[in-house]
Structure formats: C-alpha cells, structure tokens
Design a protein around this ligand. Structure first.
Ligand code: NOJ
Length: 543
C-alpha cells in the first residue's frame, strides 16, 4: 500500500516530464463480467476482485498501461455497483479490502496503474445517509443531504418538476410522508445535494481512503451531474421531442450542436468540486489523476472539466458517436484537439464501454462490422492522447441479444427497452462452450454467453495471425514506439481519412472500394494489405 507523500505534488509540471496518463492505454474491467475466482460466497458465475488479479498478467501482456475497474463497493447491485451503499468497503460478492489491496499491489508490480470508479452523483437507497433521510422528517438535516421536495398540485401528488430519469420515467419518487426525492437514474439511486457542504466533505474522505490504498486515479461517474440548477425548474423540452427517447434526442443534438435546455447537467458550480479534488490529489505522489464521465454537449464544454486546476482527462464520447465516415472522424479529431489545446489537456478516445452497444455491432456487425471496428480501433490507437478500451473488444466481441428473462439493466425494467446487458456478457477465456473458462468451475455466468463464442476466446485467438487479439497486441506494441505528440495533421480525401503524426501516417478507408496504398513501410494493418488498401481497413505507415 502506498502512503501519501507531500513533497512532490502530483500535478506540478516538471519540464521534460510527461505524466503517465497523457498517453496511457486504459483497459476497462466491468467487475462482474471479467473473471471469476469462484471463491466468493454467492458469487458463482460472477466476476470478482481475485478473478481480476489472476488475469492482470494477461493485461500486462496485451500491452495496456492501466486498468479502470467499475464500482466494487458494497451495493445492493440494482445498477451493478453504480448504486453505492458504502464507499469504504468492497461488496462481499466481489471480495474484501484485502483483495483490493492485493489487486492494486499486483497491478503495480506488473507496471499497471489502477483507476477506481467513483460514484458521487448519487448513493444507493441502502446507504446509511438515505436510510436516515427516510427515517427523518421533511426539512431535517438528514433529508438535506439529498434533493427532497414537496410535490406540485393541490395535494402534492405531482412530481416537483418535469425531469425524466436517464433510465426512463419520472426522475422523482414519492415517499410515504408525501415528499419526493430526485433520482436522475434509478429510483434506487437518490441524487445527493452537492450544495450541502457535508457531501463534499464526505467525498474528500472517500478520495483519500482510496488514494491511501494506492489508487492511481478515479473515473468520475456522471461528472457533469453533481450540481443542478438551484431552482430545480422545469426543463424546456425541444419541440417535437414528446414521446421520443430523450437520451437519443439529446445525443442527436450533441452531434448536431443544436440547443438543448438542461438544468440538471453541466452547471458552472460543478467545477468547484473538481478544483477541490485536484488539490486533494496533488497531496499525493505519482501523478494521480481524475477522468470525467461528463456527457457535456460540446468539445468546449468538455474542455472546461480539464482546465489545469480541475480534472486531468474527460471521455471524448463524440468519437464514439461518430458514424462510419471519414469526414465525421476527421471533424471529431480536429474539434477535439482545437478544444483541448487551449486548456493544455490531452485528448481521450473511446469506442466501447459498458453503457453502449459494442462497436463491432454499431458498425453493422458480422464480418463488415468487425473489419470496421478493427480499423477504427487501429486509427484511434495512433491518435495522441489516451485510449480507453473495453474488456472483450480485443476479442472482437459483438453485442449479445440477451433474452428478456436474463436482462438485468434497470433501464430495461423502467422502460421495456433492451438496455445495456448485451455489452456486459462475461469474457470468454478458453474452451468450446459456456462458461468459456470464466470461472474455475462450470458455474454459468450471470448473463448467459452465446454458444458461438468458441473461436473468440483468448485461448483460440492467441498466437493466431490476423486474429483481433493479435491485432490489438501488435498495435499496442507499435504504439509504445511512438514519440509523444500533442497534435496531428488530418486530411480527408473522398472516403479516406489520413492522419499524420510525425513520421507515422494512418490511412483509414471508410469507402466501399479499394484505394491505392500510399508510399511507406507498413507498421501494422487492420486487414490484409497489398498495393491497395481495401474497404473498411486501416494501416499505419512509416513515411
Ligand atoms: C454512468 C455509468 O457508466 C452507468 O453504467 C450508470 O448506470 C450511470 N452512470 C449511473 O451511475
């Protein structure tokens, strides 16, 4: 376990020294779906911390720099850990604090950093604070840690405002004494009131607890949501959005850069929280970092989270939202560098995570989807900044069509829409049938794996030329040889994207036919190359 050191603040710029996170490749582990030790009581078929620790050598050999682990805290698991009942302990389903220490220790011994997932927007409804709030009277200090309000209408039976939960339905739930509490996500995830100083003080304790245990950084869940407009006024919904999925309408408006009123997100006061956290991290040695999950609407709004005295990185979801189009990819790259440059932050890139449809499937699935996914990944890995990979993408996994009776995502229960379970199916490690080595025994995983994954296991792809796993290994190895960079030159020629990074040229063919392969020595390619570059293929060339 590392101890705090006050002599070398984390973020003091030292000429010639580059913080590790600026160029890191971070591998996201979704705890319950990565690997099971089979040792946890009640945890058959569920991934856990000892399972992760046992697979860290695999991640070292894959060539990543850090591992981000989704929430492992005590939790009733209504949103698989994003509903935290105790921020200072591990859910027994996943292990113990000793297991967490062991994981961090082994990771560090292997040269891997560990990023812990922090969930500050809401707690679980089983957190001691929320239980106390329910037991206390309206207007009490216990209720003041959350957003309890009286309802509207003569008898208060209407929610206090018109906000929708991200998981569908109203963002308010009524308690027996007639008040309502706000939950921007599931009813089991009450939002904290960050205008109450007790909340900020509690999270400083949490940050220090994990920093003292050696955490190298934090991924901040719903980073743009902590502060709401104080009036809690109604949201003005865009014309024509009635009856539509508001998340989709919002995403479309992000891409189109049209106005969208959102008094619940991205309020100016949220930045004070991150200035405080920046100072907390600076008390520790070793370039500890914060990465924001901030679905802010524009690159400029995202850049505000990574100003020099705030967080260190923010996920760049515009890259993930881009269509299969050289022009769209180019615009995202250019827009990202233009926004990050003025605040001195390094960009991030991500194509898949536990909340979105896997990118093989987004790009159409099957052979073409896989070819495009491999090409997009190879392009991404050449871009300066950090790349975030999601477990299983290195195997080319597709989104799984999970049967209704096996679905567990709270959004499925609230809306009847398919939800996110399909990207959370446990990783296939070896063998020819489920559970594909997910645990030491034959316990079936918490979501069934498809029968057809035998050819996709780690074992089946290891050492096989052309496999997706070997492509990732080769690209990550080649990436280690790249000189650090803070800028690229981007060009679009028809359907072809060309990115120049120093003497490296990346060519991505988003079109439907072959194009001539430019001059240069092939470093790594996402598919076979000859004197032409096929459709849906990317290549790195040394010029
Ligand atoms: C974002 C997380 O990535 C997602 O999985 C979770 O459901 C919500 N935040 C709520 O915490």
């Amino acid at each position: 376990m590392s101890t705090p050191e006050t002599s070398a603040p984390a973020t003091t710029p030292v000429p010639g020294r580059r913080e590790w996170w600026r160029d890191a490749v971070v591998y996201q582990v979704y705890v319950r779906s990565f690997a099971s030790s089979g040792q946890r009581e009640g945890g058959a078929g569920i991934g856990d911390l000892p399972g992760i620790t046992s697979r860290l050598p695999y991640l070292r050999d894959l060539g990543v720099d850090a591992v981000w682990i989704t929430p492992f805290y005590t939790s009733p698991q209504h949103d698989h850990g994003y509903d935290v009942a105790d921020y200072l302990d591990i859910d027994r389903l996943f292990g113990t604090l000793d297991d967490a220490d062991a994981l961090i220790g082994v990771a560090h011994d292997l040269g891997l950093r560990v990023i812990v997932d922090l969930v500050p927007n809401h707690t679980s409804n089983e957190h001691a604070w929320f239980r106390a709030a329910l037991d206390a009277a309206p207007g009490s200090p216990e209720r003041a840690r959350y957003l309890f309000r009286d309802g509207r209408g003569d008898d208060g039976s209407e929610p206090p405002n018109n906000w929708q939960s991200v998981f569908g339905g109203p963002a308010w739930t009524r308690v027996p004494d007639g008040q309502w509490y706000l939950h921007l996500f599931d009813t089991s995830q009450p939002d904290l009131d960050w205008r109450n100083p007790e909340v900020g003080d509690m999270f400083e304790v949490v940050l220090r607890f994990w920093l003292d245990r050696g955490a190298d950084g934090f991924r901040i869940d719903v980073a743009h949501g902590l502060l709401k407009e104080a009036s809690l006024r109604d949201q003005v919904l865009p014309p024509g959005s009635e009856g539509k999925d508001l998340n989709k309408v919002r995403e479309e408006s992000m891409v189109a850069r049209t106005d969208f009123d959102e008094p619940m997100w991205d309020q100016p006061e949220v930045h004070d929280v991150y200035r405080r956290w920046h100072r907390v991290l600076a008390d520790y040695h070793g370039d500890r970092m914060l990465v924001a999950e901030a679905w802010a609407r524009t690159p400029e709004a995202i850049a505000a989270y990574v100003r020099p005295d705030e967080m260190h990185q923010a996920f760049n979801f515009l890259w993930l939202l881009a269509d299969w189009s050289a022009r769209e990819f180019a615009d995202v790259v250019t827009g990202t560098f233009a926004a990050m440059g003025p605040v001195g932050a390094s960009p991030t890139w991500v194509l898949s995570n536990h909340d979105v449809v896997r990118h093989v499937t987004r790009y159409g699935g099957g052979a073409q989807g896989l070819a495009r996914a491999r090409a997009a990944t190879l392009t991404m890995l050449a871009l300066p900044g950090s790349s975030y990979l999601y477990q299983g993408e290195e195997l080319g996994l597709e989104q799984v069509d999970v049967a209704p009776e096996d679905r567990q995502d709270p959004s499925w229960f609230r809306t009847g829409e398919v939800g996110r379970d399909g990207c959370r199916v446990p990783v296939p490690w070896k063998g020819s049938a489920p559970s594909y080595g997910f645990g030491p025994d034959d316990a079936q995983p918490w979501i069934p794996q498809p029968a057809g994954w035998a050819a996709l296991t780690v074992e089946a792809q290891t050492g096989v030329e052309g496999s997706t796993l070997e492509l990732y290994r080769a690209a990550l190895a080649a990436r280690r040889g790249l000189a650090p960079a803070d800028a690229v030159q981007v060009d679009v020629d028809g359907d072809v994207l060309v990115v120049d990074r120093g003497d490296l040229r990346v060519v991505l063919n988003c079109g439907a036919s072959d194009v001539a392969l430019p001059e240069g020595e092939v470093v790594v390619a996402s598919g076979p190359v000859s004197d032409v570059l096929s459709a849906d293929t990317a290549v790195w060339l040394r010029r």
